[in-house]
Write a protein that binds this ligand. Structure first.
Ligand SMILES: NC(=O)c1ccc[n+]([C@@H]2O[C@H](COP(=O)([O-])OP(=O)(O)OC[C@H]3O[C@@H](n4cnc5c(N)ncnc54)[C@H](O)[C@@H]3O)[C@@H](O)[C@H]2O)c1
Length: 339
């Protein structure tokens, strides 16, 4: 197929990576299923366009398991975590603006110190990479069970600490590289490194705030892009790219494809109505369908658009006699055609 116009014209279901661009809004048709990241909270224009389009918008970021884990966000966190150490090591080099430290050291020369705030997916992957380079790694979290797990599985050059303002103040002056990797689901990232802390850090040390997409956990962080990824505040180099996996699109696309494929196949084979009824993870991904918001978080951000509970909406779409909880109601009328 040649170009986006033809793809959108011919495809009943479009599987993407990033949110539709403004240039794609006009191409999206009523009844077409779009399976991709949407992040509606950050774009009123996209939300308005998708409501108007009457397309079926199924968002990767809200596909959720029963344990509330988000399987289609994990690959991006894994990539960003590994990249955080790789980028941090690069920007510690003198020509890149850093203090000229090799994280692993060499025989007879001390290793670099890496401080990681948050031991979730990003923090764990960052710690594994930093440990592999031979650095001294300190990994902080507020979840004791998580710390117990990390303490068991991490190599000997990774130390776990309970995260607190005093622990962070104690560790910052020794750090060559600090990686911000905290998340409080649904909330802005907590500010763990304040502006006044920078003066206690070594000149030329590097801060990588991966949590920048949730507001950042470092007060002086502001979102940057791959074109101009860094800036300096108080002699400390900041790297705050909001879409880190975008720098490694080959790996990112393969990793995301591995995670999305089973859902995409179910959607393609069963159609979005049956797929959503049969699979609660897909049902959690329904955001805007046929001009109606069906996800409570999107409704909370955009109460101006029509909203309907997803189960009620699906029951109506399927047939008036169908009870989404899994019980087909006794048929009392002639079978309705599916929408
Ligand atoms: N910039 C990018 O390109 C990019 C890519 C992927 C993910 N991210 C972001 O990275 C962040 C981390 O994502 P994740 O998937 O690792 O989340 P996660 O939920 O797996 O881990 C977050 C961890 O932070 C811990 N935490 C919460 N408060 C803390 C505190 N005060 N001190 C220390 N730890 C604390 C939690 O206990 C949890 O273990 C998120 O904001 C995510 O959006 C950014």
């Amino acid at each position: 197929m040649d170009g986006p116009e033809e793809v959108y014209k011919r495809g009943d279901m479009i599987v993407k990576v990033k949110e539709p661009l403004a240039s794609e809004f006009e191409l999206i048709r009523a009844g077409q299923t779009i399976f991709t990241y949407f992040h509606f909270a950050s774009s009123p224009e996209l939300t308005n366009a998708m409501v108007k389009s009457k397309a079926n918008c199924i968002a990767y970021e809200t596909v959720a398991r029963l344990d509330e884990s988000l399987p289609l966000l994990v690959p991006m966190s894994e990539i960003a975590g590994r990249m955080a150490t790789q980028c941090g090591a690069k920007y510690l080099e003198k020509p890149m603006g850093g203090r000229g430290v090799l994280l692993g050291g060499v025989p007879g020369v001390a290793k670099g110190n890496v401080l990681i705030l948050g031991g979730g997916i990003v923090g764990t992957e960052a710690a594994k990479m930093a440990a592999g380079l031979g650095a001294n790694v300190t990994l902080l979290d507020v979840d004791l069970n998580r710390l117990r797990f990390l303490d068991t599985v991490m190599p000997a050059n990774v130390t776990t600490r309970f995260s607190s303002p005093s622990a962070i103040e104690e560790l910052l002056p020794h750090a060559d590289l600090v990686i911000g990797a905290v998340l409080i689901t649904g909330a802005r990232a907590p500010l763990l490194v304040k502006r006044q802390h920078l003066k206690t850090m070594k000149p030329g040390s590097v801060l990588v705030d991966v949590a920048v997409d949730q507001g950042g956990c470092i007060e002086t962080c502001k979102p940057t892009t791959h074109d101009a990824p860094t800036f300096v505040v108080d002699d400390v180099l900041h790297y705050c790219v909001a879409n880190m996996p975008g720098a490694v699109p080959y790996t990112s696309t393969m990793a995301l494809g591995n995670a999305t494929l089973p859902y995409a196949l179910q959607l393609a084979n069963q159609g979005w109505v049956d797929a959503a009824i049969n699979n609660a993870e897909i049902r959690n991904g329904l955001n805007i369908i046929d001009g109606v918001v069906v996800h409570p978080a999107v409704n909370a951000d955009y109460p101006i658009y029509p909203y309907e509970d997803v189960d009620a909406f699906l029951s109506r779409k399927k047939q008036p006699d169908f009870n989404i909880q899994g019980m087909a109601k006794p048929m009392t009328t002639t079978k309705q055609s599916y929408a």
